[in-house]
Design a binder for this molecule. Structure first.
Ligand code: SAH
Ligand code: SF4
Length: 365
């Protein structure tokens, strides 16, 4: 029996229900049982079926025969001097994935990974130098939050929780793992469990145009676009997916994104690379390019990694660039670099997992 157990983390309510019905543990109309289990799992964060105390002891024993609540193993925890924490998580199959917690005065953000490595190789990104090992499953994505909450003692999921926001800005291109990321967001935003509104969840993408539109229709979280360049020539070089989905198509997808039509802002991320994309002409081109889109521009100081080919723009230049964009009417906060001493800042994540099989390393490219 033991080897037939399913890990319940990452299953939808319907999937949980099917397992219970198949095992003859509930009847078709017993939705409240699923609701109870869900609440213990995602509101209280229990790690043991015995702790689901509102469920009868007999049923708890039966549940143990079909489900486990096992989290992946925590391999390493690193704490930055600025309060940022990076967890290296060892998945069941041995692959390693990174998750970062960034505390701020008004919120706490968890930066989750959607893939091990990435198939895209943006020139300034450390993750891009790691071959993709695999897409993460819903269980592996949701488990990142479960582990983070366990470590931070952040259960139950009430008003004062430390993790108030989630960003898909860790390792990987989330829109190349569409279904698992979508299911994870459904679990994160379920109002009887983790209860994070989609307004507090940000999907960051390098610009996979067809999936941006699909995502907007089906899920509609906050959207962040890793823009970084305002002309195709430069963007082809530093964000090579641009060759497949050039700027014109990308900007059109942003205009058509449902949130943007409802005047909610899209975030454009712009990494500041010295002498590459940081002149005031670039700033002007940026303003022209996104004209009419409700937007905020996040300027990200480039975070170096061993042998990285760029330098970060000077503070002075970042300020000038930001002021220019501000004067044009856009909010342009400079993203504070967090956790750089533990290589946890944007674009610095890279686990030691290596490509195992060639056949799965080219997913969706
Ligand atoms: N793959 C997705 C999400 C992960 S990357 C994407 O590209 O959007 C999260 C953000 O960090 C992206 O905007 C990415 O372009 C940026 N980034 C990558 N490497 C960086 C680096 N070395 N310094 C600063 N930002 C970087
Ligand atoms: Fe992949 Fe994003 Fe890094 Fe580009 S910036 S290589 S899409 S993780």
């Amino acid at each position: 029996m033991t080897n037939l157990k399913t890990n319940i983390i990452g299953l939808s309510r319907d999937q949980i229900k099917s397992v219970l019905i198949d095992a003859d543990l509930i009847k078709l109309n017993e939705n409240f049982r699923v609701k109870q289990i869900w609440h213990w799992l995602y509101f209280h964060g229990v790690t043991n079926i015995d702790d689901m105390t509102s469920i009868s002891i007999d049923l708890r024993e039966d549940l143990k025969t079909v489900f486990t609540l096992k989290r992946p193993e925590l391999d390493k925890e690193q704490c930055s001097t600025d309060g940022t924490i990076k967890w290296l998580i060892k998945l069941e199959d041995g692959n390693l994935v990174e998750t970062v917690y960034i505390p701020e005065d008004s919120r706490g953000t968890l930066c989750v990974s959607s893939q091990v490595g990435c198939t895209l190789n943006c020139k300034f990104c450390h993750t891009g130098t790691q071959k993709l090992v695999k897409n993460l499953s819903t269980e592996e994505i949701v488990s990142q939050l479960m582990i983070a909450r366990d470590q931070l003692k952040d259960w139950p999921a009430n008003e004062n929780r430390k993790i108030s926001n989630i960003v898909f800005m860790g390792m990987g291109e989330p829109l190349y793992n569409y279904d698992a990321v979508k299911k994870s967001v459904e679990i994160f935003s379920d109002q009887e469990g983790i209860k994070l509104s989609t307004k507090r969840i940000t999907l960051s993408t390098s610009g996979i145009v067809p999936q941006i539109l699909e995502w907007g229709k089906e899920v509609d979280t906050v959207l962040a676009i890793s823009l970084h360049a305002t002309n195709d020539e430069l963007r082809n070089e530093i964000v090579p997916i641009n060759k497949k989905y050039p700027l014109k198509e990308l900007i059109k997808a942003c205009r058509d994104y449902p949130r943007s039509r409802n005047s909610r802002r899209i975030t454009f991320e712009y990494v500041m690379l010295k002498g590459v994309n940081d002149s005031l002409e670039d700033a002007q081109a940026l303003v022209d390019l996104i004209e009419g889109i409700p937007a905020k521009i996040n300027l990200i100081p480039f975070n170096p990694w061993p042998d990285s080919p760029y330098e970060c723009s000077s503070n002075n230049q970042i300020k000038k660039f930001g002021d220019f964009i501000n004067d044009a009417g856009y909010s342009s906060p400079v993203r504070k670099t967090r956790g750089q001493d533990i290589m946890a800042a944007c674009g610095q994540l890279k686990s030691d997992s290596i490509k195992i099989r060639k056949s799965i390393s080219r997913l969706q490219v």
